[in-house]
Design a protein around this ligand. Structure first.
Ligand SMILES: [Cu+2]
Length: 289
């Protein structure tokens, strides 16, 4: 009878914890899967670790609640009298080690892949300033600043009277987007000119600090065309929240076309051709060189 009781309590606590954990997981926003091969690896890794910690949580809390309910002193339960158990010591050392190895192996694989910046076709230098970004396309000799767009900037001013919900991509739009080709390995060289910034576009699956006097590396290979938005992820000063990042990923052909037009001074801040067929904006806005 006592054994049956224990089993019922253990199963009930297990069910409660599983339902609560899964509920939180289902209603909560999971992290984005992203659009690069290792952003998806990171997503899978996150799920694997979540499952491992859920299983550990369920087992530990089931054992705890079973003991609290069935083995309490007021029920006259007699505690075990032993003071040392070599078998228990070995078990509770070996099991966590095995769990850590199970987590470390896939995590290390993804980390090594993230650091492998070799073989890139395009190199982009990213420089953080208070409070804007500068992009240099090293092979193509293109360089421009990327600043918070005018609409957001106007709306953010104290007493502007503008309803920020009316502003498209409020604080997540720039004047000059970073145009990149899809299906191409791109290496980033990140640095800063004043304080530490951090370049972060969640869909690409990584963020990297931009530190004055240092060059950090990262890489990406964007699989899907689209516009991906991010922000500086370092508290770099009072206007830290106003240095967004916008990546515009286009097909390699459209990218080449944009590069040529940009070099000729014919392309504006975006590679996306106006669907109305209107000519592209002449000369980029926001250029400061
Ligand atoms: Cu910053």
């Amino acid at each position: 009878m006592k054994k049956a009781n224990e089993l019922i309590v253990a199963l009930a606590s297990l069910a409660v914890i599983t339902v609560v954990t899964w509920g939180l997981y289902a209603v909560g926003d999971n992290m984005p899967q992203g659009v690069t091969p290792f952003s998806r690896d990171v997503y899978q890794l996150h799920n694997v670790i979540l499952i491992i910690v859920t299983v550990i949580g369920v087992l530990v809390f089931s054992a705890m609640f079973t003991s609290i309910i069935l083995h309490r002193k007021s029920k006259g339960y007699e505690p075990a009298k032993f003071t040392h158990s070599t078998r228990a010591e070995i078990t509770w050392t070996a099991i966590p080690v095995l769990i850590l190895v199970a987590m470390a192996v896939p995590a290390t694989r993804v980390l090594i892949d993230m650091e492998n910046t070799g073989g890139a076709e395009i190199n982009i230098k990213v420089t953080g300033y208070q409070w804007l970004w500068k992009y240099d396309y090293i092979e193509d000799d293109i360089s421009f600043y990327s600043v918070l767009d005018r609409e957001s900037n106007r709306a953010r001013q104290i007493g502007s009277g503008i309803d920020v919900r009316e502003v498209d991509n409020y604080l997540l739009e720039v004047d000059n987007r970073l145009v990149l080709p899809t299906q191409t390995k791109i290496r980033f060289l990140l640095t800063a000119d004043d304080v530490i910034h951090s370049w972060w576009v969640p869909e690409l699956g990584w963020k990297r600090d931009a530190v004055p006097g240092m060059v950090n590396e990262a890489w990406t290979l964007i699989e899907e065309e689209g516009i991906y938005r991010g922000q500086c992820a370092e508290l770099c000063g009072k206007d830290h929240g106003f240095m967004p990042i916008v990546v515009e990923a286009v097909s390699p052909e459209a990218y080449r076309e944009w590069v040529e037009a940009r070099k000729a001074g014919l392309a504006g801040p975006s590679a996306v051709v106006d669907p109305t067929g209107a000519p592209r904006r002449v000369a980029a806005t926001g250029e400061r060189d």
